[in-house]
Design a protein around this ligand. Structure first.
Ligand SMILES: [Zn+2]
Ligand SMILES: [Zn+2]
Length: 352
């Protein structure tokens, strides 16, 4: 072992002269009794060939005896041969090796890194060996604020690591976030091509659910037959405008003849639709050209509702608005995301 470390100590001294060079080489013993040194980027990893062979078909092939050109340098703990790997993502490769050697591992820093991890594990064929780690890490991810790009990457991650639950959740968030334009640009390869169409269909289902919710809430608002006399406004008998109760003479038409403001289901329905329109939820065709997320993005706060009748929060109109907002908030839990099994018949044990 000493000869390897010495060799690297020398490199350290020479490389510290230039600031522009890569950081100094590091020798890390992932297995202190390792029998191969893998060189990826600036990293020198002392690893166990057995561990790698068991987890990755790629390594099984690479470490087969006849794969060593030099013949004499078979993996051995006395004088571990050095294998250089051409790898564009040495840090992610390192993470894979850390996990494979049961060392404490930090999750990837970004969704991009998760994607790279999935790419590498897909390439090396070690996705099973890392599946449990990735599942535990991604369980903690907050999906609701992720961009289309990030969700598409995560769907790939879920696919590579056979994560059913993540696949289902991410597909649903993606369906909520996609627009027709972003959907068209999406390259699902190497996942099955029909996944793209299925996500579009899911997208339509989510939109339909939202539209149905809004329609049902409009029906609801028109179903309550309660009538009450307004305690904030009265109505000018001549021009029908609303005036505060204390008004003596209408400012528009000059009339001094007023009648009660009656809060009826017709009045509330018309106010409810006006409000929907002002919030961007009506007409429902507004949802067609955009993503559900942006459609629902500016959801108003139901608190502090003021109604023309003066009953405010106790008027059915306020209740209708509140119920609409609440029902749109949960709309997403009503739709099921896509099932991983439909795209990947993999023989992994059930992982939910
Ligand atoms: Zn008037
Ligand atoms: Zn009312």
């Amino acid at each position: 072992m000493d000869h390897i470390q010495e060799e690297h100590a020398d490199k350290d001294e020479s490389s510290c002269c230039s600031l522009m060079e890569e950081p100094a080489d590091e020798m890390e013993a992932l297995d202190p009794k390792g029998d191969v040194v893998l060189v990826v980027g600036r990293r020198h990893l002392l690893v166990s060939s057995r561990v790698l062979e068991l987890s990755c078909p790629f390594f099984r092939k690479m470490l087969q005896s006849n794969a060593f050109m030099e013949g004499a340098n078979q993996p051995n703990a006395e004088r571990p041969p050095i294998k250089q790997l051409q790898e564009d993502h040495p840090d992610i490769f390192y993470l894979i090796c850390v996990v494979l050697h049961y060392r404490p591992a930090h999750p990837p820093d970004s969704i991009d890194d998760y994607r790279t991890l999935a790419d590498l594990c897909n390439f090396y064929g070690c996705s099973r060996a890392l599946s449990f780690h990735v599942r535990a890490w991604t369980d903690a991810l907050e999906l609701s604020s992720l961009t289309v790009d990030a969700l598409q990457s995560l769907l790939w991650v879920a696919f590579v690591f056979h994560l059913r639950n993540l696949f289902q959740r991410v597909s649903l968030y993606l369906a909520e976030t996609l627009t027709t334009g972003t959907w068209k640009l999406w390259d699902v390869h190497p996942m099955p091509a029909r996944l793209k169409d299925d996500v579009k269909e899911l997208c339509e289902n989510v939109k339909n659910t939202v539209q149905q919710r809004i329609e049902r809430m409009i029906d609801d608002a028109g179903a309550n037959t309660e009538r009450h006399v307004g305690k904030r406004d009265k109505i000018c008998s001549q021009c029908f405008s609303n005036k505060p109760l204390e008004t003596k003479k209408c400012g528009y038409c000059g009339s001094n003849d007023f009648r009660d403001y009656l809060c009826t289901k017709e009045a509330r329905l018309s106010l409810f639709k006006e409000w929907l329109q002002s919030q961007g939820y009506w007409p429902l065709s507004r949802l067609n050209g955009r993503s559900c997320r942006s459609f629902l993005g500016s959801m108003p706060s139901p608190a502090g509702t003021r109604t023309p009748c003066g009953f405010d929060d106790s008027c059915p109109l306020a209740g209708a608005k509140e119920r609409l907002i609440a029902s749109l908030r949960i709309s997403h839990s009503d739709c099921m995301g896509l099932e991983l099994e439909d795209y990947d018949p993999g023989d992994l044990p059930e992982m939910s």
